[in-house]
Every structure is written in structure tokens, then in C-alpha cells.
Design a protein around this ligand. Structure first.
Ligand SMILES: Cc1cc2nc3c(=O)[nH]c(=O)nc-3n(C[C@H](O)[C@H](O)[C@H](O)COP(=O)(O)O)c2cc1C
Length: 174
């Protein structure tokens, strides 16, 4: 059994405080590689991953998410220096599942690579907006995309959070 992989899957936690330091290219590459090797329904690879690090785009994405949340002025990405946006493409026949599989690989790989991460909701509404569509065009992405998930990524500023106890009836064996 690959004990180290199981350790990662069990001990990854959502991180909600980040250092300002940008993530290393090496760690980011490992995270993205894990993302693109996630399973997708019928193997369509119908997912697009966008990495946002440019300070202006980062601020815009954070503000868009905050607006959907109805809390302007807060950073829904907790100060993370990198935001990863995960979209489903028109090729996907199981868009939410595909995007979620990719995002799960990303957050687990982040922990394995020594980074902190937090899955952040609301990209669907963010990129249904005119502003979101314009932003995709600015990034040179012309195809139709549906926002599925996003990830705050950076170096954790603080101790590794503890998991909540698991409920007793999580698993049924028959
Ligand atoms: C679909 C999904 C959406 C989430 N959205 C947010 C979010 O918008 N903001 C946030 O702080 N955490 C978000 N999380 C993180 C969860 O709150 C977190 O995974 C959960 O509390 C369990 O903690 P753990 O990740 O440390 O195990 C999301 C997680 C998932 C799977």
C-alpha cells in the first residue's frame, strides 16, 4: 500500500491563512500535474484550469467572488497569493463531477507539495456574469466554460488544522 498517499489524503486540511510569499514554480507544477491526471467522465478531459497570480487579476477575481457572496470588501480567498479556477468545458458530459475530481486532486497534491489550500465555492456564478465572460476573453479563452470550483493556494501561515471527528455512520458495509 502507498502509505504516504494515504497520509496525504487523510491529513490534508483547509487552510484559511496564507503567507504573502508566492508558491514555488516546482510546487505549483506538481499541483497542476496532479490536477490534469484526475479522472473525468468517459475520459473527455473536459476541464480547464486557470492559474491566477497577476496581482490585478487576483484582486478582480477575489472581488467577483466576494460580490457573489454578498460581502464586498472581504477576501474569500483568505489572502492567498495564487487562485486556481477550475472550469468544465463543453466536452464534459459530467461537468460538476469532472471539475470536482480535478479540484480534489489539486487540494491533495497541494498538501503533498507542502502548500496550504482551501476549496472555494461560487465560480459558477462568477463566470456566468458579463464581467466573468469578459475576463475569460481577456485571458484568451474563447470557448464556453462553466465555473465549477476554485482553490486558494499558498504557504500556510499557522499550524496545520485538526480534522473534525468523523461521524460514526459514514460507511455502511453490506
Ligand atoms: C464544494 C466545496 C465548497 C467549499 N467552499 C468553501 C468556501 O467557499 N469557503 C471556505 O472557506 N471553505 C470552503 N470549502 C471548504 C470546506 O469548508 C472544508 O473542506 C470543510 O469544512 C472540511 O474541512 P477540511 O477541508 O479541513 O477537511 C468548500 C469545500 C467544498 C468541498
Amino acid at each position: 500500500m502507498k502509505a504516504e498517499a494515504l497520509e496525504v489524503l487523510k491529513n490534508r486540511r483547509s487552510v484559511r491563512k496564507f503567507k504573502a510569499e508566492q508558491v514555488s514554480e516546482e510546487a505549483l507544477a506538481a499541483v497542476l500535474e496532479a490536477g490534469v491526471y484526475a479522472p473525468t467522465g468517459a475520459g473527455t478531459q473536459g476541464v480547464k484550469i486557470v492559474v491566477v497570480q497577476d496581482p490585478e487579476y487576483l484582486a478582480q477575481v477575489k472581488a467577483m467572488n466576494a460580490r457573489v457572496m454578498g460581502k464586498t470588501g472581504v477576501d474569500p480567498y483568505y489572502g492567498a497569493p495564487t487562485v486556481i479556477l477550475v472550469f468544465a468545458t463543453a466536452a464534459s458530459i459530467t461537468p460538476v463531477q469532472d471539475g470536482s475530481a480535478v479540484t480534489t486532486n489539486i487540494v491533495n497534491a497541494a498538501y503533498a507539495a507542502g502548500l496550504g489550500s482551501c476549496w472555494i465555492n461560487r465560480p459558477k456564478q462568477m463566470f456566468e456574469s458579463e464581467e466573468g465572460k469578459e475576463l475569460l476573453k481577456k485571458w484568451g479563452i474563447e470557448e464556453e466554460l462553466t465555473g465549477v470550483a476554485s482553490v486558494a493556494l499558498g504557504y500556510a501561515d499557522g499550524p496545520q488544522p485538526e480534522p473534525k471527528p468523523r461521524k460514526a455512520d459514514y460507511v455502511v458495509r453490506v
